[in-house]
Design a binder for this molecule. Structure first.
Ligand SMILES: *Cc1c(COP(=O)(O)O)cnc(C)c1O
Length: 381
């Protein structure tokens, strides 16, 4: 069954390239499963590599490993959280079969130089739009630059509908193969539906900025005893979890159908709050990230850089202020002793490693108010 929920990852009328009628969103168990499906359609196999940026989520290398290929890490730019085209040009080889371009926090990657490198080497680009579906670059919506794009709907993403993800293929061949193989993806087990609903309900009831720290610690405890689904389940090419052949949970799909409005509301709130954060943080000793010229970011969280990340977080935790630390490792949430699982080594991407030590993010949430802003400023002083 193919869902016709087509408003995500589709350009607005008048925008270049994609016409709504041609876009077809395929719904998978998670965002990483959608990425893996795209990679499978591109024909990944043993010895193939996929270029991704360091300063990413473990879901991305996990999907690459599940497809049979291996990740190669590209550094991010100076004062940026997105892929650096020069480092891509240095590291791209004849084994590189795809490039995953991530629009981190909703900041569009600088597409022009990345597209140049990709075109020169004839390597397809896949866009990771898990943090945004509405940011634009040169007036064109993210998700419409590559052969395909993928999305996620779990906690912490712009549209929250539960565990789940989707893919939109733009390239006719990739699209055809994905449609042909979609039928082989199975329904997830019923117990997953239950868990998904409990988790979603808990999210709706408890997620607000002042509950951030206690809920986070509770979530981590529950993930350990596997009541909740955490974001980390290690994969290797010899034992691909069943998740990677499952389609989206019915409960997530149902909620997603009604989520178009939610997405638009979120984009508007994000624009408003980003402006407000920027104004209010000007006086604090923090730096902002560059965004490419002629681009517009719909932030999933508002990021800034501090030379004092550790003590800011300590104050935030003490005062129960939602200032988040991700990504605090180049492959979040893996700590150094686990990096080998996803084939990352210290020193490979110095900028990404540096950013993990200085990045902080603020929530895009309707309960953000003056009092919250004051508390944030107190943590920064
Ligand atoms: C959340 C996320 C994913 C994948 O999400 P899942 O649905 O958990 O598989 C991929 N990339 C980025 C950058 C993400 O934040």
């Amino acid at each position: 069954m193919v869902s016709n929920f087509m408003s995500i990852g589709v350009n607005r009328p008048g925008e270049r390239k994609q016409k709504a009628a041609e876009a077809q969103q395929l719904n998978y168990f998670r965002g990483r499963v959608a990425l893996c499906a795209i990679l499978r359609a591109l024909g990944m196999g043993q010895g193939d590599t996929v270029a991704i940026q360091a300063f990413t989520c473990v879901a991305v290398p996990e999907a690459i490993l599940a497809s049979g290929a291996s990740p190669v890490y590209i550094d991010i730019g100076l004062n940026s959280v997105n892929m650096d085209a020069d480092d891509l040009a240095r590291k791209i080889t004849s084994t590189t079969k795809a490039i995953v371009v991530q629009h981190t926090y909703g900041i569009p990657a600088d597409m022009a130089p990345l597209l140049n490198v990709a075109t020169l080497h004839g390597v397809p680009i896949i866009e990771d739009c898990c943090h945004t579906f509405s940011s634009t670059y040169e007036g064109q919506r993210v998700g419409s630059f590559g052969v395909a794009s993928f999305y996620s709907y779990e906690w912490g993403k712009p549209i929250v509908a539960g565990i789940g993800g989707s893919a939109v293929a733009d390239d006719p061949k990739v699209k055809r193969i994905m449609l042909e193989t979609f039928g082989s993806y199975e329904a997830a087990p019923f117990v997953s539906e239950l868990r998904n609903n409990v988790q979603y309900l808990a999210y709706r009831m408890f997620y607000q900025p002042r509950f951030y720290w206690p809920v986070r610690s509770l979530f981590r405890k529950l993930s350990k005893v596997s009541i909740f689904k955490g974001s980390y389940n290690p994969v290797d090419a010899n034992s691909v979890p069943h998740d990677f052949s499952s389609r989206m949970l019915k409960s997530t799909e149902r909620r997603l159908m009604g989520a178009v409005q939610l997405g638009e509301d979120f984009a508007r709130l994000s624009e408003l709050l980003a402006e407000c954060y920027q104004q209010n943080l000007k006086s604090a000793a923090v730096r902002f990230l560059d965004i490419p010229r002629n681009s517009n970011a719909t932030y999933v969280r508002f990021p800034f850089l501090s030379n004092d990340k550790g003590s800011v977080l300590e104050k935030a935790r003490k005062n129960s202020v939602e200032i988040a630390d991700w990504y605090n490792t180049p492959v979040h949430p893996l700590q150094e002793d686990e990096w080998h699982r996803v084939k990352y080594r210290r020193g490979w991407c110095p900028e990404a490693e540096k950013r993990t030590a200085e990045i902080l993010t603020l929530p895009i949430h309707k309960l953000v108010n003056k009092r919250f802003l004051q508390k944030v400023l107190d943590c920064l002083s």
